[in-house]
Design a protein around this ligand. Sequence first.
Ligand code: UTP
Length: 290
Amino acid sequence: MRVRKAVLPVAGFGTRVLPATKTIPKEMLPVVDRPAIQYVVDEALEAGIEHIVFVTGRNKGAIEDYFDISYELEESLKKKNKTAILEQVQQTVMPAGTASFVRQQSPLGLGHAIWCARDIIGNEPFAVLLPDVIVKGKPSCLAQMVKAYDEVGGNIVAVDPVPMERVSSYGVIAPESRDGRLIKMSGMVEKPPMESAPSNLKITGRYILQPEIFGLLADQAAGAGGEIQLTDAMARQMESQAYYAYEFEGREYDCGSKLGYFEAVLAYALDNPETAEGARELVKKMAAGL
Ligand code: UTP
């Protein structure tokens, strides 16, 4: 069965970028001219996703409003004949029935957030995109993964190589065999010491999962940080189902960290036709200390 639905968990507190995220969801922080979450939704749509489940929490209302019609704003832009910007605003509206919002009452962990989407996903494979990670790629990271999924099925996690001396900061996979960008996994390890790390392939925020994960999440005990971890349930699912890693082509930006967010803004500003030239000049001047 093809991957039609995606879960975007957005119920976390975003403590790493406080106080910016005290009243604004971190997923709504702008990257040049659109909120970070717009890039992630676009990635999902490019991959053929037809329905997105946002797992939200209190103070996240701005996300729901962003993907809805803004009647007064649109009327005002129409009256002023601002057609170009009106079109851009209208493109952010998700067609009726293609988005669902469920509440995770308290942020008990990523695994718990995904479990909150179980009734809407039902009994079919689905994608998970962590919306604080933006991936620049053509085709989009999830589109690359879906293509691989259509060939091999099972469960797939996106991975990205990191220098060996940094593996102890991430979850990394243990590879069994490799065919191009697709790697059959034999396991995964959370934050391994460099000497015993099974690879330098870090798990990124994109997954394609089989629905049996929900049964495992239902009784998943709290793990690292006292949170219900998705990776703990994935490790259990691996005992009975095939897991692959996909080394995607592209570049990821972790907008949940201060430096990652800054890097994302810079990269997209350098890429946007409206800002590229000015951004390049600014970078040159700043690097020269002017
Ligand atoms: P993170 O751990 O990166 O997000 O979770 P966070 O908890 O918001 O950030 P920090 O660590 O406090 O700075 C990855 C994604 O999972 C969501 C977050 O919103 C984020 O998009 N998440 C995490 C939930 O929806 N619920 C949770 O209980 C935990």
